[in-house]
Design a protein around this ligand. Sequence first.
Ligand code: ZN
Ligand code: MN
Length: 267
Amino acid sequence: MDNTVLLEDLDAFAYREALASGEAVVLIPVGSLEQHGPHLPLGTDTALASRIAVGVATRLGALVAQPIAYGYKSQQKSGGGNHLPGTTSLDGASLVGVTRNLVKSFLGQGVRHVVFINGHYENYQFLYEGIDLALEELGLGSGSDTSVLLLSYWDFVSADTLARVYPAGFPGWDIEHGGVLETSLMLHLAPERVAMERVIDGPAAALPRFDRLPVVPGRTPPSGCLSSAAGSDAAKGRLLYEQVVGDLVEDLATELWVAPMGLAVPA
Ligand code: ZN
Ligand code: MN
C-alpha cells in the first residue's frame, strides 16, 4: 500500500527503505480500554491518541505504530476509578514492560526517534519508566542523536483554544474525563461513535484532595464522567484537533530536525 503512515499497512520492504534513510520517526499512540460514561465508547482514549498521531505523522512524514490499547489503572480522581465495568487495565509493571519492549525493538531496528502520544491520563509515569529502562539497557546516554519523546496530547491545547472551548471556565485536566474535550474531539473525528442523547448532564465531580484505597465508589458520579459533556460539539472538536496537531507538528519538527510539508526547518 502506497502513502500509508500506518505501520500495520506497510510492507516489510517499504519499512526497510524508511529505516535505511536513518531518519525514520515512529509515533506510538497510547490509550486505554476504559468507561467514558453512557455516550462515548470504551476505546475513546486509544481512538483519540491514534487519530492525533495519524494527523501529525501525515504532515511530519513519520510512521504510526500499532497503539498500546490498554492503559494503567483508571484512578477515581482522573478516570472515575478502576472498579467500573468496562475499565480493563494493566498493572504498572506490565505497561512499563510493554513500553520498554517497544522502545528496544524500534530503536534496535534503526528507527531514529520514537514518540509516544499519550491519550490516557494515568499512563504517563509508566511510559516514562519504560523508556528510561530501555535506554539504559541499550546504553544510550545523553548526547545520543537517537531519542524517545513522550507527551500527552492535551498539554498542547493552547490557552486561546481553552477559552473558546470552555466559555464558562475550564474545569481542569484531571476531571476532563468523558467531558467536553473528549466528546467534542470524538464528534469531530468519529461522530458515529458518540451518542449525545445519552449524555448525563450534572455538576463536575467533587473529589477529596487525597486518594483513598480501596475507593469509595459513591464518590464517582453515577455517569462515570467527571465533568459534563453538555456543550460539546464538532466545531469545538475541530478547533481542538487542528490546533493540537498543528502545534505538535511544529514542536516535533523543531525538536527532531525534520522538514514537514509546508514548514521550514529551523536554522
Ligand atoms: Zn479518556
Ligand atoms: Mn483515560
